[in-house]
Design a protein around this ligand. Structure first.
Ligand SMILES: Cc1cc2nc3c(=O)[nH]c(=O)nc-3n(C[C@H](O)[C@H](O)[C@H](O)COP(=O)(O)OP(=O)(O)OC[C@H]3O[C@@H](n4cnc5c(N)ncnc54)[C@H](O)[C@@H]3O)c2cc1C
Length: 282
């Protein structure tokens, strides 16, 4: 049986709301004043990493996020769930990165962290999509940039014959696929139920030393990150205008009159099937 010794989990800190708003002028997400949390779908990736660690007690799990320095809170949460360490990749040079530039930064960070441990990561786990950006591109892009096999929509993951065997959710069922080690797996929420943090876990997370990697640490070309390295441009952002032309009729003061008005409205709008000539009172 192949051994999993090093695992990386990609996690993103997202606004703790589905109600994400975009600045219509700049096309950039309005993050000010929003509470943040670990992207809920990434909790399944963390849980899977911790389960692998339970199967392979020598395995070391590193949670990695790219974001502002405050994203340290997200990796602390991952440590509280059972990861061994957390890394925040942060630098002003990364501001404005689209999914490709973000993936370049994360892939380079994984390459660097992996090389420090000798043989690199055996398994990289990512969530299906982030609840704010929602492209679902980052996991597969990171795997592609690293040149490792990418398993997507993974609902079950096992080590078999020195590699991985995964169950993938496909339309109408599941398929089983295999990949050699190392590999990147994008997991879906069916894979597991994320554990709650224990009190001792929370303390461990709070005390954990979170490592920071900057632009200078990665040695990427300046033009490959941030806005300069982002071929995607937000051209226009629009919201559907919802207007309801309603008319209110109060049934409290004149019940019969209100019913009459309702009948008139329904008949005028062809809502009453033809042949029904009876009045609403009869
Ligand atoms: C032109 C442009 C400019 C942008 N500028 C900014 C900006 O200035 N600041 C900003 O915050 N966003 C910016 N964004 C958004 C940013 O590109 C995306 O939030 C980011 O690339 C992740 O994409 P996503 O949210 O669709 O993640 P998905 O691809 O949906 O995420 C899938 C999985 O990938 C992993 N993942 C995703 N993002 C990260 C991350 N940051 N760290 C670790 N793991 C991750 C997680 O496991 C996640 O579940 C910009 C986007 C565009 C197009």
């Amino acid at each position: 049986m192949g051994k999993v010794e090093r695992i990386a989990v990609l996690i993103k800190q997202v606004p703790a709301t589905e109600n994400v708003r975009i600045d219509p002028e700049t096309g950039v997400m309005i993050r000010e004043g929003l509470a943040v949390e670990v992207n809920p779908l990434d909790l399944h990736a963390i849980e899977e990493a911790v389960r692998f660690k339970e199967k392979f007690p020598d395995a070391r799990v590193t949670a990695v996020t790219m974001g502002p320095p405050a994203a340290a809170k997200a990796v602390r949460y991952a440590v509280a769930m059972g990861c061994d360490e957390g890394v925040v990749v942060t630098d002003r040079a990364f501001a404005g990165s689209d999914t490709l530039a973000t993936s370049r930064v994360l892939a380079e960070a994984l390459r660097k962290l992996g090389s420090e441990g000798g043989k690199g990561f055996d398994l990289i786990l990512a969530g299906e999509r982030a609840t704010d950006g929602e492209t679902g591109q980052v996991g597969p892009s990171v795997g592609t940039l690293l040149g490792v096999p990418v398993l997507t929509y993974v609902s079950k993951l096992e080590v078999r014959d020195g590699g991985f065997e995964a169950e993938r959710a496909v339309e109408g069922g599941h398929e089983r696929v295999s990949a050699p080690m190392p590999a990147l797996a994008v997991v879906i929420k069916e894979i597991n139920v994320p554990r709650l943090c224990t009190l001792s876990g929370k303390l461990r997370g709070r005390k954990a030393e979170v490592r920071t990697l900057s632009f200078a640490d990665l040695g990427l070309p300046r033009e490959s990150v941030g806005l300069a390295g982002s071929p995607t441009k937000v051209v226009k952002v629009g919201y559907p205008q919802v207007t309801r032309k309603g008319r209110k009729v109060s049934a409290f003061e004149d019940f019969g009159g209100a019913l009459g008005a309702l009948e008139k409205f329904l008949r005028a709008g062809d809502f009453v099937p033809a042949g029904r000539s009876q009045g609403v009172n009869g």
